[in-house]
Design a binder for this molecule. Structure first.
Ligand code: EPZ
Length: 417
């Protein structure tokens, strides 16, 4: 298994271009199943999660070819409605394929995605919504077996929680349902808007995606299209964290300012100077940062839960104490114990984590437990004295394309062994 070695205490400099959004690419790849046509998706990040989504498309009988960052997907040859357990276990967010397979094939069978490092990850909101749209769903022997012989029909769906995945599954399933679907308390993340833009290019009629209420008028058929995925706002927040924790000045290109409205002010309050013009961000960090103000994770447009771990790494060396409240997932502080091995002072109590800034961190051998947690360890290692070893890159590879190369291009001393 590949390990990451990072020699800390080196200032970064230079510029990087941010990758395409993983959390936009995955639902859009699922949505291609609706089109029975060829689609070209540009700016696809080269990630293991995207590879898994491609494996699922191929397993369904579709063809998918990645050249550079463009993925050509032809779903006209779909021949299967079942996602095998192995692929569901490889990526639990494969549940995002359910609505598309059910709408296209009128049946779907996949194993329960199960939990992950972050917690139980229930899918009750997904299943409840699809049942409202006429799907007959049986949950048996660890499998979800769905039928919609007469096709899906539009419904009024009020989500108990603005679930990103549930909103996406409903939007996809409703695009070719008979009648209109209205989702209230829908998720408002930029990835929802990007999915809607892709689907509308395919002929779907979706209104107000990105707002709390989304209206989808079902249409007969969707055709293929070409689409360029939005930049990954969580990778931007991670690169900002790398600059902030090493007192560096770097430039990040391909940034959509509006996607980071709840992140940029935190870095500014901590003492960074952030400039942003025409998609180009410059961030300049002081030698020692002030603490972030209270950080509560909430659904978009609030502070994103995926950025909690990288910013916690920054807070370990800040002057003062930072309090985090993780409201989205029940178990998203696994990185705290590993940061403590570097000398960080972190105390976690349920959903609250209190970080008391220290003056120095010292290298250690660390264990990665989840995607954003391992990004947090890499960020902290950039500022720790000595060489830190992170035991595996398998989690990083799920969400950060060639993260070692990106950091090396900014002057960091990073090696994969
Ligand atoms: C998406 O996960 C992202 N993944 C996550 O990013 C992100 O953290 C999350 O949204 C929140 O922004 C992808 O887009 C592939 P949710 P998703 O449904 O859709 C509860 C990363 O690091 N819930 O909004 O699974 C759930 O337990 C990943 O890139 C139900 O109770 O998130 C959680 O507490 C991690 N029932 C909360 O909602 C349901 O049916 C948020 O989940 C569905 C969700």
């Amino acid at each position: 298994m590949a390990k990451l070695l990072i020699e800390g205490c080196k200032r970064l400099k230079g510029e990087v271009t941010v990758q395409g959004s993983k959390n936009s690419t995955l639902p859009i790849l699922a949505a291609t199943v609706l089109t029975s046509d060829e689609n070209v998706i540009h700016n696809c990040p080269r990630l293991s999660d995207v590879t898994t989504a491609v494996k699922i498309l191929r397993c369904l009988g579709c063809s998918a070819k990645l050249s550079g960052h463009s993925l050509v997907v032809d779903t006209s040859t779909i021949s299967c409605h079942h996602i095998p357990d192995s692929l569901m276990r490889e990526m639990r967010s494969s549940i995002i394929f359910l609505g598309a397979i059910l709408a296209r094939c009128k049946k779907a069978r996949l194993s329960f995605p199960g939990g992950c490092e972050l917690g139980a990850r229930p899918i009750d909101l997904h299943l409840e919504a699809l049942r409202k749209m006429g799907a007959v769903i049986r949950e048996q022997h660890g499998e979800i077996v769905c039928f919609a012989e007469k096709g899906l029909k539009g419904a009024n769906i009020a989500l108990a929680f603005p679930s990103v995945g549930a909103t996406e599954n409903i939007m996809i399933a409703a695009s070719t349902a008979q009648g209109t679907t209205v989702i209230t308390n829908a998720a408002r993340e930029p990835e929802i808007e990007d999915l809607s833009e892709y689907l509308c290019k395919c002929g779907a009629r979706i209104h107000c995606a990105g707002e709390g209420t989304v209206v989808i008028e079902g249409v007969e058929k969707l055709h293929g299209t070409a689409h360029t995925v939005i930049p990954d706002r969580i990778v931007v927040a991670t690169l900002m964290s790398a600059a902030a924790v090493t007192g560096s000045d770097i430039v990040i290109k391909g940034v959509v300012a509006s996607h980071l409205r709840s992140v940029i002010p935190l870095f500014e309050e901590a003492g960074c100077v952030v400039g942003l013009k025409d998609g180009v961000m410059s961030i300049s960090a002081p030698k020692r940062l002030g603490a972030f103000p209270l950080i509560r994770t909430t659904p978009y447009p609030g502070f994103p839960t995926d950025a909690q771990a990288p910013l916690m790494a920054v807070s370990t060396l800040a002057q003062g104490t930072t309090v985090f409240v993780e409201n989205i997932f029940e178990n998203r502080y696994k990185h705290a114990g590993e940061l403590a091995r570097l000398g960080a002072k972190v105390r976690c109590e349920g959903r609250v984590a209190v970080v008391e800034g220290v003056r120095e961190l010292y290298s250690s051998n660390l264990q990665a437990y989840d995607l954003r947690g391992s990004a947090s360890l890499a960020v902290a290692a950039l500022a720790a004295q000595g060489v830190t070893e992170i035991d595996t890159t398998k989690y990083l590879d799920r969400g950060y394309e060639d993260f070692d190369v990106t950091l090396q291009s900014l002057g960091a001393n990073v090696k994969i062994i």
